[in-house]
Write a protein that binds this ligand. Sequence first.
Ligand code: PGA
Length: 372
Amino acid sequence: MAKGTPPTPTPPTARRSPPTTIESSRDRERLRTVVFPEHSDLAAAVAERIIEVIQRETRAKGRAVLGLATGSTPLGVYEELIRRHQAGDLDFSHVITFNLDEYYPMTPDSPHSYHRYMWENFFEHVNIAKENVHIPEGVTPRERVTEACAAYEQAIRAAGGIDFQLLGIGKTGHVGFNEPGSDATSRTRIVTLDTLTRRDAAADFFGVENVPREAITMGVATILDAKEIALLATGEHKAGIVARAVEGEISTDVAATFLQRHQSVTVYLDLPAAAELTRIKTPWILEGIEWTPAMVERSVVWLADKSGKAVLKLSARDYAEHQLSPLLAPARARRFGGSHQRPGLQSATREDSGTRQAARARARTRVLAPSG
Ligand code: PGA
């Protein structure tokens, strides 16, 4: 679901065991990134961090200021926060919130409005004061939009700035509705939505022609002013843009890359959304990795795909040119994580999960040694 119609909230879930994460080389990553094999662990970890911030800031200055996001991605976080509130662990009476964006024009009672999304999926279920909730107004008359945007910025400053900003990422790389072309100095303003963003929202609006063409959004600079930022992404459809945001150069083409300039950003991903990160997709090209039999298999299948050759036709040169020379060394010279047995190119049958390479590997039963 794109950032569109609010879904029906699901009941709060039971208390979970501590989340597990995938740890591996992060050489290519320009943002601190955490990958969760279990989707529910991601929401629990983010909610836990928000709770820590609320408690710390409320103790320190009598209030906590949260920047909030809509869309399908943060729903699990809101469910977890509601559950913790209902369990008596969490008080929202001193919490002030600022939402990232709203479609324009948009009435607050429309099923597509982010006002409605936020109340139905979160605010209605916790003890937040109505006057502490801020969401850009999609009904502001056009001639007053600039003034309203300046007032939104001023309200954030008056609250003492945002302590914790929650973000999703769109397929265009937008954070908030900062579409390609948004620069690092942008502030709250009215923007034109990218065609891809409108297409992503089309199903919720029963046709792309019904999706608003504009929105009011916090700017990149507004977001970067937050003390701490969490960027969340789930699902395979986000994998490409996530890799670009995490490993790519900073560019106005992808607003999320500006997060690389911030001191305190964490990217929270489920495994499908992490699938295009180097450490998941082609970990063997990173320094100091530990070879496992499954990785041997995946890397050879990858090399065959990349070189357009059958596995048996791969030459020593193909291996060397793709940083896979270690596979040609005697097995004892390779580092196999936790095991000294020779996995060998002939016997690599164990699998790890999640990537297209692994899926392809499953379709092939044996991987054979190189031809030269
Ligand atoms: P989504 O939207 O969570 O519905 O994928 C994210 C975004 O567009 O920012």
